[in-house]
Write a protein of this length. Structure first.
Length: 199
């Protein structure tokens, strides 16, 4: 295979194309270590060695680092690795690697996400947030079943009202309308809102 292009990404990182196709990103010192130059041939064994010993190793370490930094969904981690310009198959291997340690678990992620937001957000709003983070719908449902108590929406509505410092017993009709509008925009059901306000 022929090195058709070496393109600077940053001052120290370079994108390498082989036979006109993107292959990987290497640091300047790695280019010279493996003797990679434009219009020159890259032996198959060197190519395989770079993928195995440099790119895959780096992708695994990057995935581990991203997960120690903060909890992520599979979709979120995959997106981060794509931004790092790792080849698709390398990303899949890195994902399998961190999954094998139990570091990637969308159900556990969804449960802890719900747990931290259930007191001040509606089920609908949390559901939408988890969808945007790429958690599969069936895992979101399962997480709600285990982490969102019966009557949880009513408690969340009460907390939002407390936080907004609205005294529903003495509020004017206009204030109540405004509050209802705010709560329904947050995804709470009208029946639940009126139940809390009436109580």
């Amino acid at each position: 295979m022929i090195v058709t292009k070496i393109e600077e990404v940053t001052k120290t990182k370079y994108k390498v194309e082989l036979d006109g196709e993107f292959a990987f990103v290497l640091y300047k010192r790695e280019l010279s270590h493996f003797g990679i130059r434009e219009e020159e041939e890259l032996p198959e064994e060197t190519y395989m060695q770079i993928r195995r010993d440099v790119i895959l190793k780096r992708a695994k370490l990057r995935a581990m680092h991203l997960l120690t930094d903060m909890a992520r969904t599979e979709s979120g981690l995959r997106e981060k690795l794509k931004q790092g310009m790792y080849p698709e198959d390398i990303i899949e291997e890195a994902m399998s690697y961190v999954r094998s340690f139990g570091y990637l678990n969308d159900l556990r992620y969804a449960e802890s996400f719900i747990e931290s937001r259930k007191n001040h957000k509606s089920k609908k709003e949390i559901y939408a947030m988890l969808c945007r983070k790429g958690v599969p719908a069936e895992q979101i449902e399962e997480a709600f079943a285990s982490s969102y108590p019966e009557g949880g929406e009513l408690d969340a509505i009460r907390r939002v009202i407390e936080k907004k410092r609205v005294d529903v017993t003495h509020a004017s009709w206009e204030e109540l309308q405004k509050l209802c509008g705010y709560l329904s925009r947050k995804g709470f059901r009208y029946e639940d809102i009126s139940q809390v306000i009436r109580a």
